[in-house]
Design a protein around this ligand. Structure first.
Ligand SMILES: [Zn+2]
Length: 356
């Protein structure tokens, strides 16, 4: 009895000599208290090694099992159940396949958590990074196309030619040219366009190629060139920081950005390029507004203008249009108390540290 338990039952199958496909009918059995041995029909030993030295293929349905000996010969059988029984001592020893799978479970849980964290990190960090990459690789034709299509759409739908008198236009344009000359894009990097705003009302906005639009309604509301220049300096800030382009790219999402960077313009971006007015529906983030405000304060100060002009303008829209106005300008440029306070604080700090 003892010897039968130790030797186990013979498993029928086929044996392959090392590095050949020559097959030979054989039996496999655990002998001598632990040696895995294959014998031919006459009982001669074909291969033998310690059980842990043999390599067992995984059990996959009814596919025949392959057991490789240390000498690289192999035994194949479709008697999967007997092979599993043969492998039991390995599982008990703690080095078998079954045991290693059990041990893997805690690691699997950690892996799943890591994948979830990675996915969250992609949404948190990859989009801003991809947006920056897209801005860097954007050829000049993209902002030009975006801007010209937006202007065409607006001119065909809401805008009318400006009714401002020539002198007012000339005064504002001269001040604007000086601001432009002192900015990164230079005198030719920006163009000021006067328009009657229609239902858009008092507004000023910048398109990504440096096209800046100023409505008659805003000029009339401000009624002060210095205040208007503060607003135009703010718009130059949006251009210099590529705020509109970033908004378009953020709207394109991860997939759109990857396609875009790869040179394949996605459907979403294509829509925006064709229907330029979509650009106007994109709102600048709070941080982009704050950045453009600081830009205005610095540029106005640098060119000998009043750095508090933008604060005055924000107070003006708060007073004239109220916080709940449906003005397009207010929805894209909210004159919140904290924003007014912050622009004043920054302008005064700048004037104190860098007097004219
Ligand atoms: Zn703005």
């Amino acid at each position: 009895m003892a010897s039968e338990a130790e030797d186990g039952q013979a498993i029928s199958g086929v044996w392959y000599a090392p590095q050949t496909s020559r097959a030979m009918t054989a039996t496999l059995r655990l002998e001598d208290g632990g040696r895995l041995t294959a014998r031919d029909e006459a009982g001669a030993v074909l291969a033998s090694c310690e059980l842990p030295a043999a390599a067992f293929s995984d059990r996959v349905g009814s596919i025949p099992r392959r057991i490789a000996f240390a000498d690289e010969s192999a035994f194949e059988t479709d008697d999967n159940d007997s092979v599993d029984r043969l492998m039991q001592p390995l599982a008990k020893r703690g080095s078998g396949l079954v045991h290693s799978l059990e041990r893997f479970h805690p690691r699997l849980a950690v892996f799943v958590v890591l994948v979830a964290l990675l996915a969250a990190a992609i949404y948190r960090f990859a989009v801003p990074v991809l947006v920056e990459v897209a801005v860097l690789v954007t050829p000049p034709v993209v902002p030009e196309l975006l801007s010209s299509s937006t202007m065409t759409t607006l001119d065909n739908t809401v805008f009318e030619p400006s009714k401002l008198d020539a002198e007012t236009q000339k005064d504002i344009a001269e001040g604007f040219d000086k601001l432009a000359a002192a900015s990164a894009g230079g005198a030719d990097g920006y163009s000021l366009n006067f328009r009657k705003g229609g239902h858009i009302g008092p507004n000023a906005f910048a398109l990504p190629d440096g096209t800046i639009v100023l409505t008659d309604e805003l000029v009339e509301m401000a009624n002060d060139n210095e205040t208007i220049l503060g607003v135009l300096a703010h718009e130059i800030g949006h251009v210099d920081h590529d705020h509109s382009l970033r908004q378009v790219y953020r709207a394109a999402g991860v997939t759109g950005l990857i396609l875009l960077i790869g040179g394949d313009v996605g459907a979403g971006v294509e829509d925006i390029l064709i229907q330029g007015s979509a650009l106007l529906q994109l709102r600048h983030s709070r941080s982009a507004e704050a950045e453009a405000d600081r830009f205005s304060i610095e540029l106005m100060h640098r060119t000998g203008h009043d750095p508090l002009a933008i604060s005055r303008f924000l107070e003006l829209i708060r007073d004239k249009l109220g916080d709940t106005s449906e003005s397009d300008f207010l929805s894209t440029h909210p004159a919140t108390p904290s924003r007014i306070e912050e622009t004043k604080r920054y302008a005064e700090e700048l004037m104190a540290t860098m007097p004219d």
